[in-house]
Design a protein around this ligand. Structure first.
Ligand code: GDP
Ligand code: MN
Length: 374
């Protein structure tokens, strides 16, 4: 599940032909997206921004700066505001709710709409919402479109635009491999235009490979984000030991063992196939682990298909790159090319074993010692 911020979702909608307000991320002394007045909007992965003070109106540069500073400091629904988005304010005549999502239980896309938009759909009474499951093969039929148009009482002047919006909504869901595309409110302006005033898109991350051009969506810490860019899975915690494993099972087993021994984890890296990119690449990932400033680096690698010497080489490279600023290293290696790997590690100052429990015990013991010394 990859949740997009409002401005990211709107960029997708705009690319798919939806009308969206002119907008720009707020920057001090940055250009304004038009002549105003403006809406200043918290960019945060949480709904209910309006109620939480995350949506404000502003006209002058000074009002904008004040609103942006106040909104930028907010935490909404437990999430810190990531950025502030500035948009030309719409003159709203009506607000609709329009969404398409994949219903896993029913195994089909569903269109959800209401003529009572602008509030959380959970707060809208069931009988004020129209819900249309779609045939996954046939897609959006003319019959469904007409049912929705009637249910939400679209005025004749907007019927064509609303029909288009529904077709684009469904196209966006399918083509972007989204789990949810929600426009709330979908606004009719005083001049009669149909504009997406707010947007929420959730993408299916298992389909990310089908959208190579799409930039990675930041979520998680800087470390976790950097790990993602390296093609590995990184998890940041606040303990002492940074550990690299191969495979989700080994990663969980290592976390459990360290915790059971009374140790604590600073970070976890699951190689996730990034091994195949070679020793230089893995060395960079190790450098990233070092940036967490752990008390100990633990490698717990059991390879039945890949070669251990690649990881050994990566460790040697990372130690060289660190120029003396490397924490103590504990290595557990077992599997293909174990002897070659050991030979490489002979030149490196580290503890090597082929036993899982021994490695975890050693890492915990060293981290304790260093903690005691600190
Ligand atoms: P949410 O609270 O996180 O869903 O944020 P929205 O972007 O949906 O904004 C909440 C409400 O603020 C909307 O339903 C509108 O009533 C109002 N709003 C947002 N943008 C505008 C705008 O451009 N003009 C006006 N008049 N109201 C707006
Ligand atoms: Mn909204």
């Amino acid at each position: 599940m990859i949740r997009l911020l409002e401005h990211e979702a709107k960029a997708i909608l705009a690319a798919r032909g939806f009308a969206v307000p002119r907008g720009a991320l707020y920057q001090e002394h940055g250009a304004l997206p038009g002549s105003g007045p403006f809406v200043v909007k918290a960019q945060v992965l949480s709904g209910g921004r309006g109620k939480a003070g995350g949506i404000r109106f502003a006209a002058t540069p000074r009002e904008i700066a004040e609103a942006a500073a106040a909104i930028g400091a907010l935490t909404i629904g437990g999430q810190p505001v990531q950025s502030v988005y500035l948009e030309e304010k719409l003159d709203i005549a009506r607000e609709f709710y329009l969404a398409a999502f994949v219903d896993r239980d029913r195994g089909c896309p569903v269109i959800l709409a209401s003529r009572f938009g602008g509030v959380d759909i959970e707060e809208v009474a069931r009988d004020r919402i129209v819900e249309c499951p779609l045939d996954p093969l046939a897609g959006l039929s003319g019959g469904v479109i007409e049912t929705v148009l009637r249910a939400i009482e679209v005025e004749p002047a907007q019927t064509g635009a609303m029909r288009d919006a529904m077709i684009r909504l469904h196209d966006t869901l399918v083509s972007e491999d989204a789990e949810l595309v929600e426009i709330n409110p979908l606004v009719v302006t005083r001049s009669g235009a149909l504009v997406a005033a707010d947007a929420k898109i959730v993408l299916d991350e298992d389909a990310a490979f089908r959208h190579q051009g799409r930039r990675a969506i930041p979520e998680g810490t800087a470390f976790e984000e950097a790990a993602r860019r390296y093609g590995v899975i990184g998890i940041e915690l606040d303990g002492d030991i940074a550990a690299m494993m191969n495979g989700a099972g080994m990663t969980m087993a290592t976390l459990d063992e360290i915790t059971a021994l009374g140790g604590s984890v600073r970070g976890l890296v699951e190689l996730h196939g990034a091994m195949a990119r070679g020793a230089e690449h893995v060395a960079k990932v190790i450098g990233l682990m070092r940036s967490l400033e752990p008390k100990v680096l633990l490698f717990n690698i059991y390879f039945q298909f890949r070669n251990l010497d690649t990881v050994a080489e990566a460790i040697a490279l990372a130690v060289r790159d660190a120029a003396g600023r490397m924490p103590p290293i504990v290595v557990r290696m077992r599997g293909v090319k174990e002897a070659e790997a050991r030979r490489i590690l002979e030149a490196v100052d580290c503890f090597v074993t082929d036993d899982f429990a021994t490695a975890c015990r050693k890492a915990v013991a060293v981290s304790r010692e260093l903690r005691g010394a600190a």
